[in-house]
Design a protein around this ligand. Structure first.
Ligand SMILES: Nc1ncnc2c1ncn2[C@@H]1O[C@H](COP(=O)(O)OP(=O)(O)O)[C@@H](O)[C@H]1O
Ligand SMILES: [Mg+2]
Length: 246
């Protein structure tokens, strides 16, 4: 059965259609890369899945529940986590404290004072620190982290909330080659336990991590399949790779 199903999704801003009859299905425990030229509607699609924007029409099903048009915090609670393009860490807090804040947001805030003795927290912290590769940096202030480390901390903060589905918008933008390589390793581990949708422009990165690639163009589905098929697809080359060369 479907994990995330997007059915005939449409979104207009004023009268301008931005998402146009877009349908896809995301399979559990896979990593899907969402690609397409600037303005194709990738970020808007993320906004519609997470409830930041309401669709004009269409349906979004998560684990067979209709989540179309629900509030952002309700959808987050159902298990859909999101990492934005712009980092949102607390620079004056340590890495560990940032992860604590993220954890307490997802649990009862009244329980915060007990969090140090909360075995759930300690266990989750250990797991996430390993997943996001942050063990060497736990007691460092987030403000002095490198760009790549900041991105991994943000991924860790989303993971503290235990999402079943994780949406990431351009996670390797601005990273060094070495940082991208480490991110590839992080994602390859993550997709054993989580389902991921990653918006990404870096095709070398996409080739490394994607189980399936979904290509959007002008708010619609242009193609979907394994990277080898996508790279050989004449329409995709015309629309997407053609623009990258220009
Ligand atoms: N809040 C908004 N109001 C009006 N137009 C918007 C808004 N958000 C996005 N758009 C438009 O929707 C189109 C798709 O944008 P976006 O989803 O950000 O594309 P992508 O992430 O693929 O680059 C663009 O033409 C953009 O200008
Ligand atoms: Mg975008």
């Amino acid at each position: 059965m479907g994990f995330l199903e997007i059915k005939q999704l449409c979104k207009s801003f004023d009268t301008t259609p931005v998402i146009n009859d877009f349908s896809i299905e995301i399979v559990e425990l896979t990593l899907c890369c969402l690609v397409g030229p600037n303005g194709a509607g990738k970020t808007t699609t993320m906004d519609l899945i997470t409830g930041r924007q309401k669709p004009t029409s269409g349906q979004i099903l998560f684990c067979e529940d209709d989540i179309t048009g629900l509030d952002e915090h309700v959808i987050a609670r159902r298990g859909i986590g999101r990492k934005f393009q712009v980092p949102a860490v607390f620079r004056d807090l340590t890495v560990r404290q940032n992860l604590e804040v993220a954890y307490s947001r997802s649990t009862n805030p009244l329980k915060n004072i007990f969090r140090f003795s909360d075995p759930g927290f300690v266990q989750k912290l250990e797991q996430v620190v390993a997943q996001a590769g942050l063990s060497e940096r736990l007691n460092v202030e987030a403000g002095i982290l490198s760009h790549g480390e900041t991105q991994w901390l943000e991924i860790g903060m989303v993971l503290m909330q235990d999402p079943r589905l994780l949406l990431l918008d351009e996670p390797v933008a601005g990273m060094t080659e070495a940082e991208i390589e480490k991110t590839v390793a992080i994602f390859k581990e993550l997709k054993k336990t989580n389902t991921l949708v990653v918006v990404e422009h870096d095709m070398a990165f996409v080739r490394e991590i994607a189980d399936v690639v979904t290509v959007m163009h002008m708010g619609s589905l242009l193609a979907q399949g394994p990277i080898s098929e996508i790279e050989a697809n004449a329409r995709v080359r015309e629309v997407y790779l053609g623009e990258a060369e220009a």
